[in-house]
Design a protein around this ligand. Structure first.
Ligand SMILES: [Zn+2]
Length: 324
C-alpha cells in the first residue's frame, strides 16, 4: 500500500517509540528443564549424545550429569499456541508493532535470520525466564519481496537465580508485498486491500510462473533423461543435466496430505485455508490449496482437479478442487 511522505514520516516516528522497549513482562517457562523434553528433542534431531540421554554416561563427563542441548534454549520458555494469537488483538509490544506496520500496508512478514549464544549448559530443574526487547528497526529497505523494515529483537534467557544463561537475536522483515502498487498515493487515498503474498521468483523458477501466468500448468522435464521435477530446479537430480524443458500437467491428482490453517490469519487471504500436498498423476508432488470444498470434506486420497486460478489483482497460480 502506498504511503505519502507525510504518512511515512508519521509511521516511522511511531515505530521509533518501540525501539528499546521490552515486548512485555518476562516469560517464565511453564516447565523446568526436564529429561523427557530433552529426549524428545534428541529423538527428533537424531542426536545420540550420551551427555543428553544417558545418566550414567553423563555422570562421567565434565558435566557430571545430564545437560540439555544448548540449541534447546529457545524451547524452554516458548508460550505455545498462545503465540499464534495476537495478530488481530495484539497482546504485547512486538505484536503491536507488527500490527502498526500491517495497518499501513506492510502486511508481509518473513523471518530472515537468527543467532544464539550460550553462557552455560542447562540442567534438569533449571527454570528459565526469557525477556525480549525490540533492539532495532532499520530504515525502509527495498528487497526482492517488496519494500519494508527489518526488525531485530533480542531475547535474554535467565535462570532461577537471575543469571544470564544465553541470548537470541531474531530479525524479520515486515514488507509491502511487491505486487502491490508502491508509488506514493494521492494524499488521503484509501489504502489498497492486501493481496496474496507473491512467491519469490528467480532464475530457477520464474519461467514456471511465467507459463502459469499464461494459463498453463507446467511440470519441469529433464531434456536429457526425461525425469519430471517439481518444484522447478536448476539441475536434474537423476542425471545432473541442466538442459530443462517442461510438459503440461493434466491437472489430475490425488490428495497426499493436508492441513487446515485457521491461525494466524495473515491479511490478504480467506481463512480457513486447506494447504495440501497433491500427487499429480504424472508422478510429482505439488504444494497448493484445495478450494471449492468444505474443509470438513477434505480427506487424504481424494481425487482432485487442478486449474489455474486468477486473483483479483491478476496473479495466477494452480489450485485444486474436488474432481467431478
Ligand atoms: Zn535428467
Amino acid at each position: 500500500m502506498p504511503l505519502t511522505p507525510a504518512q511515512k514520516k508519521a509511521l516511522e516516528a511511531e515505530m521509533a517509540e518501540y525501539v528499546g522497549k521490552s515486548i512485555g513482562p518476562p516469560i517464565v517457562a511453564r516447565d523446568a528443564v526436564n529429561e523427557p523434553m530433552i529426549r524428545r528433542w534428541c529423538e527428533v534431531l537424531g542426536d545420540a549424545n550420551p551427555a543428553y540421554l544417558d545418566p550414567a554416561a553423563a555422570k562421567e563427563t565434565v558435566h557430571d550429569g545430564i545437560v540439555a542441548p544448548p540449541t534447546m534454549l529457545q524451547a524452554w520458555a516458548l508460550p505455545g499456541f498462545e503465540m499464534a494469537r495476537g495478530y488481530d488483538e495484539p497482546t504485547n509490544e512486538q505484536q503491536r508493532l507488527h500490527k502498526l506496520l500491517s495497518d499501513h500496508g506492510y502486511t508481509g512478514v518473513v523471518g530472515t535470520n537468527t543467532s544464539q549464544g550460550y553462557t552455560r549448559y542447562l540442567r534438569p530443574g533449571d527454570v528459565i525466564t526469557d525477556e525480549t526487547v525490540i533492539e532495532s528497526i532499520s530504515e525502509e529497505k527495498a528487497t526482492a519481496l517488496g519494500i519494508g523494515y527489518f526488525i531485530v529483537t533480542r531475547t535474554t534467557y535467565r535462570d532461577q537465580d537471575g543469571e544470564e544463561v544465553g541470548w537470541l537475536t531474531f530479525r524479520c522483515l515486515k514488507y509491502i508485498p511487491a505486487q502491490q502498487p508502491q508509488a506514493p498515493a494521492e494524499e488521503g487515498a484509501a489504502p489498497a486491500a492486501p493481496g496474496r503474498i507473491r512467491p519469490p521468483m528467480g532464475h530457477d523458477n520464474s519461467w514456471w510462473w511465467n507459463l502459469v501466468a499464461e494459463g498453463t500448468f507446467p511440470i519441469q522435464k529433464c531434456n536429457e533423461c526425461g525425469t519430471l521435477h517439481h518444484p522447478p530446479r536448476p539441475m536434474c537430480g537423476a542425471c545432473r543435466s541442466m538442459d530443462k524443458g517442461w510438459v503440461e500437467a493434466s491437472g489430475r491428482g490425488t490428495l497426499y496430505s493436508y492441513t487446515v490453517i485457521r491461525h494466524p490469519q495473515f491479511p490478504g487471504y480467506d481463512f480457513p485455508i486447506v494447504a495440501a500436498v497433491v500427487d499429480l498423476e504424472e508422478g510429482v508432488r505439488i504444494v497448493s490449496n484445495v478450494v471449492e470444498c468444505d474443509p470438513a470434506d477434505v480427506h487424504i486420497g481424494m481425487a482432485l482437479e487442478g486449474f489455474i486460478h486468477e486473483d483479483e489483482d491478476g496473479f495466477k497460480l494452480p489450485l485444486f478442487r474436488p474432481a467431478k
